[in-house]
Design a protein around this ligand. Structure first.
Ligand code: VG1
Ligand code: CO
Length: 570
């Protein structure tokens, strides 16, 4: 790269205060004001500290940070820095920069921002601490005698796009994750990680990312060689097809964190020690923790979205965080428009798809890194020997805060097409004729019947009987065939799944799969919300039993498809 020497003259008053150099924005915008200080800083450091080295650049997103980022990047390149790691849009908190080995923080902290207000810059030294006075004094000294600024002639870097850009020997990487933080977790002796690539495409990425970059042990990767027939496996990361990983995670003394990805690498399954994270919860938990644990979201996620059959766990997070929220039909294509319009940051599907607006597809490795970030963040101050916050702890704490959306999907693969279609037709008819207030469920008993009187032992028991008797008593809020109008371009997608939604938030949903290659796959989705934390430890299949029974009887599934049992339960 070409380096230009820009002549300059010393500027008065560039002495750093308690925490970096802070002035009014207008002062920093004066010709060469910032450049002089940055160049003086490089003049103060021993060259071996930065030549071909890595520096981090981040800030609090205040006015002038964009322009300042470009100036700092060019001067860093001009002085021979090898690589700049920058947060997306230049945003990174002070502690995040400190976690790295040296870098610039563009912030005036608690001082107000905006064209009329304050701007500031701070330099943190090689172990992440604010530069000591020996350095800041040198910088000040150099600002009084500076005569040239070394600027690399490179174009402005687009900081809104994550990824790596190279200019000769100089690299700018706009990052999504705090790899240092994740590495601190994966290298602990009291934390074991397991990733199953299912002999599919993530085999090519697992070792470079988890082992080479993040220093997980080599034996944490299994089935890491992509094979034409996926090693006779079915490369779908769920409890049925990723059986090996599930067995490992449920064995005595199994790993603390397990993950798998699918054939093309866009799906993910997350497991803890003897614990399964249902994908609907996974996206909600990532969303709830994103701002503090993942640098990419440090400005806060813009909006959240899920596919219609995905449980309402994410809705509750959106509500609590005050974020815009969208419910779209099944399939990732519906999220893209919302992302391009800047309305959506984090989204997911119940079918093991989770992702964000860093790209326009779901992303299996991203989901694993997001979860590792959350776990690493929760354990960052844990000393060796202290008990770590586990995957199941994180999930249970989430349920305690938001309530638990019990969720299950029953898949009936390769049914005869005719019967499956007839069933959906039948359900459409039922939904269109249905009315709000109708009661569903074979245990439905009017609580005012004299039968209640038989439970006359005590008031407490009576209360229990009442609860027992109304199990399965679902009052319909509405039923329909889901249709979606894209809020960005107005396009309409109809017939996206028949749903019965009950007044307590429970839902049963029926769809035909659009990805199968033979016959028809019927998907039944069952969801029930439980606010009571004392019931959160129930097995989902047990908790959902009455509702699953209801779904099967309402749809006459057995009659239409001839199937006694689903082929896959997730
Ligand atoms: C399934 C999932 C859906 C997912 C789609 C593509 O579709 O339910 O959520 O987006 O697969 O995933 P269907 O129509 O079979 O239910 V993938 O990993 O094959 O791109
Ligand atoms: Co896929």
């Amino acid at each position: 790269i070409k380096i230009t020497s820009v002549p300059t003259k010393p500027i008065e008053g560039q002495k750093t205060g308690t925490s970096g150099l802070r002035k009014k924005v207008k002062v920093f915008m004066e010709e060469n004001y910032l450049s002089n200080w940055i160049q003086s800083l490089f003049n103060s450091l021993p060259p071996e500290d930065y030549k071909n080295g890595v520096l981090v650049l981040g800030g609090d997103g205040r006015y002038f940070n964009r322009e300042a980022s470009q100036i700092i990047i060019k001067i860093a390149a001009g002085n021979g820095v090898g690589k700049i790691l920058v947060g997306r849009d230049g945003i990174m908190s002070t502690p995040a920069v400190s976690a790295a080995n040296g870098g610039f923080i563009m912030s005036a902290s608690h001082n107000p921002g905006g064209p009329e207000y304050d701007w500031g810059i701070k330099f943190n030294y090689n172990s992440g601490q604010p530069a000591p006075e020996s350095i800041t004094d040198k910088i000040y000294g150099n600002t009084l005698s500076i005569s040239e600024i070394k600027m690399a002639e490179i174009p402005d870097v687009d900081l809104s796009r994550t990824g790596v850009t190279k200019y000769g020997n100089f690299t700018v990487e706009v990052s999504v994750f705090d790899f240092q933080l994740i590495k601190s977790l994966l290298t602990r002796s009291d934390f074991r990680f397991a990733f199953d690539a299912m002999h599919a495409v993530t085999g090519a990425y697992a070792k470079p990312i988890f082992v080479d970059k993040l220093e997980a042990s080599l034996d944490s990767i299994s089935n890491g060689v992509p094979l034409e027939d996926f090693g006779h496996g079915h490369p779908d990361p769920n409890l049925t097809y990723a059986k090996d990983l599930v067995n490992t995670m449920y064995s005595e003394n199994g790993p603390d964190f397990g993950a798998a990805s699918d054939g093309d690498g866009d799906r993910n399954m997350i497991l803890g020690k003897k614990f399964f994270v249902t994908p609907s919860d996974s996206v909600a938990i990532i969303a709830a923790n994103a701002q503090e644990a993942i640098p990419y979201f440090q400005g806060g996620p813009k909006g959240l979205a899920r596919s219609m059959p995905t449980s309402g766990a994410l809705d509750r997070v959106a509500e609590k965080l005050g974020l815009t929220f969208f419910e779209v039909p099944t399939g990732w294509k519906f999220f893209g428009n919302l992302m391009d319009a800047g309305k959506l940051s984090i989204c997911g599907e119940e079918s093991f798809g989770t992702g964000s607006d860093h790209i326009r597809e779901k992303d299996g490795i991203w989901a694993v890194l997001a979860w590792l970030s959350v776990i690493a963040y929760r354990n960052k101050d844990k000393k060796p020997g202290e008990k770590l916050v586990s995957v199941s702890d994180v999930v249970k704490q989430h349920w305690a805060t938001y309530g638990r959306n019990f969720f299950s999907r029953y898949g009936y693969e390769e049914c005869a097409s005719e019967g499956a279609s007839k069933m959906i037709e039948y359900l459409r008819g039922l939904a269109s004729k249905s009315k709000a207030g109708e009661k569903y469920g074979k245990f439905a008993i009017n609580p005012s019947t004299p039968y209640i009187g038989n439970c006359h032992l005590s008031i407490l028991l009576l209360f229990d009987c009442l609860k027992l008797l109304i199990v399965g008593n679902y009052v319909l809020q509405f039923a329909d065939d889901f249709s979606y109008t894209d809020p960005v371009d107005g396009s309409v997608a109809s017939k996206q799944g028949v749903r019965f939604v009950f007044t307590d938030g429970s839902r049963i949903i029926f769809r035909l799969s659009g990805t199968g290659s033979a016959g028809a796959t019927v998907r039944v989705y069952i969801e029930q919300f439980e606010p009571d934390a004392s019931k959160h430890d129930m097995d989902a299949q047990v908790a959902l039993k009455p509702l699953i029974g209801l779904a099967l009887s309402v749809s006459k599934l057995k009659d239409f498809t001839g199937r006694e049992k689903p082929t896959v339960i997730t």
